[in-house]
Design a protein around this ligand. Structure first.
Ligand code: ZN
Length: 237
């Protein structure tokens, strides 16, 4: 049998022996076990990912207004460089949930953000997280300064084409995300564009999602009130 040579240097502790092709019943059984184990790990990874994103959806909300509130009042004001490792991990899950967009109309399942091959999109590395955040924050200031969006190939398609009965068709725009950042920026832009309760705070000029007839951030309203009453300012809170 010809010996298979590995090109890359084996890692420390890794066997340098060429992989044997299973021939005996015992080897075949061991090989099948190995395949099953790998499949189980992949299934467990997938289940973990789905659970983490499902939890993140609860955190960022499932309506346009709730998600915009999270985006403007939580995400945009917290620099990822100032977060702890644990907080950054939570942020990453939140970004995945945000990148999947809103649940498409008439579709029972959420659509996890995937690339053209159907794989979940890889996270941006920690070093890039701040850059991603800055670009997303720029979108929340688009009422002051128009913000660029990355180009992305799009298709019009349907998930399901009934062949009998009413034959109602629901077409969807489908975008082939090259990476998580692109998906995220487009979903943030879609979210902001779809929010009907966006207002500009006259004090700090940031956007917020108005509750009822709210006109400014509660904090900004307090500061504006205090500055009109110098006596209270002197006492120093
Ligand atoms: Zn404000």
């Amino acid at each position: 049998m010809k010996k298979i040579r590995t090109k890359t240097k084996p890692a420390k502790g890794q066997s340098t022996k060429a992989p044997d092709i299973p021939t005996t019943a015992r080897q075949v059984a061991a090989f099948a076990d190995d395949v099953r184990r790998h499949r189980d790990v992949a299934v467990a990874d997938d289940a973990r990912y789905r659970r983490d994103v499902a939890l993140a959806r609860e955190r960022i909300g499932t309506t346009i207004d709730d998600r915009c509130r999270w985006l403007l009042d939580d995400f945009a004001v917290r620099d990822p460089d100032a977060l702890s490792t644990g907080e950054r991990a939570v942020l990453r899950d939140n970004l995945h949930a945000l990148a999947e967009g809103m649940k498409p109309r008439g579709i029972p399942e959420w659509a996890f953000p995937i690339d053209a091959t159907g794989c979940s999109l890889p996270d941006p590395p920690d070093a890039d997280l701040r850059g991603v955040w800055e670009r997303a924050v720029a979108l929340t200031r688009a009422h002051v300064q128009p913000a660029d969006l990355p180009g992305v190939p799009e298709e019009l398609w349907t998930r399901w084409r009934p062949t009998s009965g009413k034959r109602s068709i629901r077409l969807e725009r489908h975008r082939d995300w090259p990476d998580l950042t692109t998906a995220l920026l487009h979903q943030v832009a879609d979210l902001l564009a779809a929010c009907e309760r966006l207002r500009e705070c006259p004090e700090c000029h940031r956007l917020f999602v108005a509750r009822r007839r709210q006109e400014r951030h509660p904090k900004c309203a307090r500061q504006a009130r205090d500055s009109r009453r110098p006596s209270r300012q002197k006492k120093g809170a």
